[in-house]
Design a protein around this ligand. Sequence first.
Ligand SMILES: [Zn+2]
Ligand SMILES: [Zn+2]
Length: 193
Amino acid sequence: MRDHQPKHLDVRAPLVLDTRDLPRRPGVQRALSRVVPAPKDLGVEMIGVPEGSDLHLDLRMESVSEGVLVSGTVSGDLEGECGRCLRPIEDELTVRIQELYAYPDSATEETTDEDEVGRLQDDLLDLEPALRDAVVLALPVNPLCREDCPGLCPDCGTPWDELPEGHSHEQTDPRWAALQGLINKTETVSTEE
Ligand SMILES: [Zn+2]
Ligand SMILES: [Zn+2]
């Protein structure tokens, strides 16, 4: 067997890219376009790319002196919930990626931490951490269905967008209601006597 097994990365994983076809000569480039299923939890709490939906990778791998530079875009569908009215949001997302994957034993590999600069492992690289960072940075923490979403009626919890104009609730003061109950009771008691 000529191929040895990768120690950590699985070549079959959708976001693991194989650089074996890329000659190790600075400046040489290869285009890479593929559609892969989105990994789990790609996003933030309120909005993200649904697991298993199509992610379009449109990337370029370039040999540089210290490793392989991956750049390009990743795009996919977004699903989430409006932070004000809680109604579903559907959108599309495109993020730019630029990440260096250092050769083992290169100066870059020796002088940086693994979370600063990626690593090539057995000619494979894992795009997922860089992709996750780019997606999280691109997403709003508090997504809105529209910029001026009016949110929910505080009394019935219905989105204002779905309520007729002038919607309101009869305001009954709870203290008054309690007093009313007390009066009724007293009346009942006095009638019985
Ligand atoms: Zn909304
Ligand atoms: Zn209401």
